[in-house]
Write a protein that binds this ligand. Structure first.
Ligand code: S3P
Length: 441
């Protein structure tokens, strides 16, 4: 088991490039594999989660070269009907995105396949994808708690899946994407209506690969995405920007540490992902966005963050889906702010790689912060971190968040159970050391 030991205090500075976007990396493998022709990808995330997706498509007969040490990949697309039955179960490790998106895609293939994952993934809710895919005619078996392993019995399906009009009960890009992937193979139209905007990388990538779709703005930030089954994907070249969810740790580090100034280069700032910037700015953070441009279908920019005097706030609920992976590190920012920060409308945090409300409250309480969890959020009173030993619960984002807490702690912080940092952020320790964080494995 890997533990991190982080010395208290310090300053952070430098210009850094964090690894590629995890959500976009998964989708690049999926769409590149299903396209006609050769797709070249640069900036691919070499984390365990996206590599699990890559391995799954290789196991289904797709020829994928790379990644090399710069994240370059070449995929020989097999076309919409070219996937082959894998020889064994597809092991998706810790990756919820792989499992949920593949549930939709593989329910439309005419072979049987079983999706398995690690202990955390095997306890995460899968009914949210299994139920609507079954409504489309998919044949899926789960264990008794509606969790993985998922046995997808494509060979027992009668004919094509049917298109569906589905209102998402939770704001989830994974469920939306699962249904759009299934919908590409379905008879007729599939329409997914979101209760709030969720990350739209699938829609942007469908457009890049030339698949026709309609995105209808329903007002109040809600949209409906519709596509007809039966079209093809045309291979294209993709560049993957740095992951704003990984950049977020260094954004907060620069805000909370003394005399700090960090430039995060070439970060994806898709407006369905920029809640971290909006929330930190509401708290008073000194953040500037430079060199904004489009790379393919995704907006990117350099993000400059300096030491800031943060204030507690009530986090607007409309920002929650736009920052859904960032609440562990936002809670560290809140603990370093003056006054109280209140998070509501974030019950989804309880079913991420860990129960992120409980994991953060337990760790921050050990470190001397006055905070409490609620059913759908947290109440955090700004204070001072002592030192101490906290458990990441095997959750990559909890581990990296507590590392940053040390910048404002009085004593050493030890973070236990950090192996899964490699799921999303290979090289985290080295990059942290490069900006001045005194961390050791
Ligand atoms: C993701 C969507 C989010 C996010 C996850 C990645 C994606 O999950 O938490 O890390 O790539 O679609 P939900 O869609 O379940 O909120």
């Amino acid at each position: 088991m890997t533990n991190f030991i982080v010395q208290p205090g310090g300053e952070v500075s430098g210009e850094i490039l964090v690894p590629g976007d995890k959500s976009i990396s998964h989708r690049s493998i999926m769409f590149g594999s299903l396209a006609n022709g050769i797709t070249n990808i640069s900036g691919f995330l070499m984390g365990e989660d996206s590599l699990a997706t890559l391995a799954a498509f290789r196991a289904m007969g797709v020829n994928i070269e790379g990644p090399d040490d710069k994240g370059n990949i070449t995929i020989e697309g097999v076309g919409m009907k070219g996937l082959k039955k894998p020889d064994s179960d597809l092991d998706l490790g810790n990756s919820g995105t792989s499992m949920r998106l593949l549930t939709g895609l593989l329910s439309a293939q005419d072979f049987d396949v079983r999706l398995i994952g690690d202990q955390s993934l095997s306890s995460r809710p899968m009914k949210r994808v299994v139920a609507p895919v079954k409504l489309m005619g998919g044949k899926i078996e789960t264990d008794e708690n509606n969790t993985a392993p998922l046995s997808i019995n494509g060979s027992q399906r009668q004919g094509l899946l049917n298109g569906i009009a589905y209102h998402l009960p939770v704001a989830s890009a994974q469920v939306k994407s699962c249904l759009l992937l299934a919908g590409m193979y379905a008879k007729g139209k599939t329409c997914v209506t979101e209760p709030a905007p969720t990350r739209d990388h699938t829609e942007r990538m469908l457009e890049s690969f030339g698949y026709p779709l309609d995105v209808i703005n329903l007002g109040d930030g809600k949209s409906q995405i519709c596509l007809d089954g039966g079209y093809e994907l045309k291979a294209c070249d993709l560049h993957i920007p740095s992951d704003i969810s990984s950049a977020a740790f260094f954004m907060v580090a620069a805000c909370i540490a003394d005399n700090s100034n960090v430039v995060l280069k070439h970060v994806g700032i898709n407006p369905t992902r920029d809640g971290i910037i909006n929330i930190l700015k509401l708290m008073g953070a000194d953040i500037e966005i430079h060199n904004e441009k489009m790379i393919g279908a995704e907006p990117v920019a350099d993000i400059v963050v300096k030491t800031s005097k943060l204030q507690g706030i009530s986090i607007p609920e409309d920002q929650v889906p736009l920052a859904i992976d960032e609440f562990p590190i936002i809670s560290i920012a809140a603990a370093c702010a003056e006054g109280q920060t209140i998070l509501t409308g974030a019950e989804e945090l309880r079913v991420k790689e860990s129960d992120r409300i409980q994991a953060m409250i337990d760790g921050m309480t050990i470190l001397g912060i006055d905070c409490e969890g609620t059913t759908d959020g947290m109440i955090i009173n700004g204070g001072d971190f002592t030192g101490g030993e906290v458990d990441s619960c095997g959750d990559h984002r909890i581990a990296m968040s507590f590392v940053m807490a040390a910048l404002r702690a009085k004593d050493i912080i030890t973070v236990l159970n950090c192996d899964n940092v490699n799921t999303s952020f290979p090289g985290f320790v080295e990059l942290s050391q490069q900006v001045g964080i005194r961390i050791q494995k």
